[in-house]
Write a protein that binds this ligand. Structure first.
Ligand SMILES: [Cu+2]
Length: 262
C-alpha cells in the first residue's frame, strides 16, 4: 500500500470514528443547564468576541500595509528606531485586555470551587472502565457500565441513537439542589466530564477533587471520560438523569429500601 493510500485510509477511519462518537456535538460549546455552565458559556463568548475584534483590527492593518505600502508601488520604508510612546501603548493595551478577561474568569473559577452549603454529596470513583457512584450518607451506591451492546461495536448490529453514550445505571440527581461531587479513581487517572453541567474534573487515584452543580432543568445529560485511561477509555460514558425534587426523593427512598432488603 502506498503512503498516500495509507494516509487516505487513516483519514477515512478518523472521519467515521468522529462522526459516530461525536455525532451530537455542535460547533459551539453548550449553554448547559446550570448557573456555572451559563457563566462558562458567557465567558467563552465574551473572550471569543474580544479575539474576533483583535483579529479584525490586526489583520486589517496588516493587509492594508501589505497592499498600500508595498515596495513594488514605490513605497519607502520609514526609518526609525525605538519609539517609546508606541512601545508603551502596545504593552499597556494588551495588559489591560488580559486583566479585563482574567477578572471574570477568576471569579467563575472560584465559584466552581466553592462547595460550601451543599445539599447532597456524591462520591464518584473512576475504574478501568466504568464509573462508581456513592450517595454519601445513604446506603445507595452502584456501578455505572456502558450499555451499548457489543454487537453494535463490532458492526454486527445497527447502531443506536446514543451509541457508546448509554449506561445501565445512570447517576440520578435532583434539580435545584447543590450537589457536591467528590472525585477519585481506583486505578489510573480518569476525568468526569458532563458539558451541560459545566463539570469536568480529573479523578485521580489517592486524591479527592471537589466540584459541584445545581441543575436547573430536569432531563438526561450525557458525558464521557475525558482523560485517556486505557484501551476502553471511549467505553465509559456518563449519563446523568436529573429529576424533580419529589421524584428524586421517591427514587432515593426506593433505592435505600431495596438495598436494605438486599
Ligand atoms: Cu477513564
Amino acid at each position: 500500500m502506498s503512503i498516500t493510500s495509507r494516509i487516505n485510509k487513516l483519514f477515512a477511519l478518523a472521519a467515521i470514528y468522529s462522526s459516530e462518537v461525536f455525532g451530537d456535538y455542535t460547533i459551539n460549546m453548550p449553554v448547559g443547564v446550570t448557573e456555572i455552565s451559563h457563566k462558562i458559556h458567557q465567558l467563552h463568548m465574551t473572550i471569543f468576541w474580544i479575539c474576533v475584534v483583535i483579529g479584525a483590527i490586526v489583520f486589517s492593518v496588516m493587509f492594508y500595509a501589505i497592499i498600500f505600502h508595498r515596495k513594488s508601488i514605490g513605497h519607502q520604508a520609514a526609518q526609525f528606531h525605538e519609539h517609546a510612546t508606541i512601545e508603551i501603548i502596545w504593552t499597556i493595551i494588551p495588559f489591560l485586555i488580559l486583566i479585563a478577561m482574567a477578572i471574570p474568569a477568576t471569579k467563575t473559577i472560584l465559584e466552581m470551587d466553592d462547595i460550601r452549603d451543599s445539599d447532597l454529596t456524591i462520591k464518584i470513583t473512576g475504574y478501568m472502565w466504568r464509573w462508581h457512584y456513592e450517595y454519601v450518607g445513604t446506603n445507595v451506591q452502584f456501578m455505572s457500565d456502558l450499555a451499548t451492546p457489543y454487537e453494535q461495536v463490532i458492526d454486527r448490529a445497527a447502531k443506536d441513537e446514543h451509541y457508546l453514550r448509554e449506561v445501565n445505571n445512570p447517576l440520578v440527581l435532583p434539580i435545584n439542589k447543590k450537589v457536591r461531587f467528590l472525585m477519585t479513581a481506583n486505578d489510573v487517572i480518569h476525568s468526569w466530564w458532563v458539558p451541560e453541567l459545566g463539570v469536568k474534573k480529573d479523578a485521580i487515584p489517592g486524591f479527592i477533587n471537589e466540584t459541584w452543580a445545581r441543575i436547573q432543568v430536569p432531563g438526561t445529560y450525557r458525558g464521557q471520560c475525558a482523560e485517556l485511561c486505557g484501551a476502553r477509555h471511549g467505553f465509559m460514558p456518563i449519563v446523568v438523569k436529573a429529576l424533580s425534587e419529589q421524584d428524586f426523593d421517591k427514587w432515593l427512598a426506593e433505592q435505600t429500601a431495596a438495598k436494605a432488603q438486599g
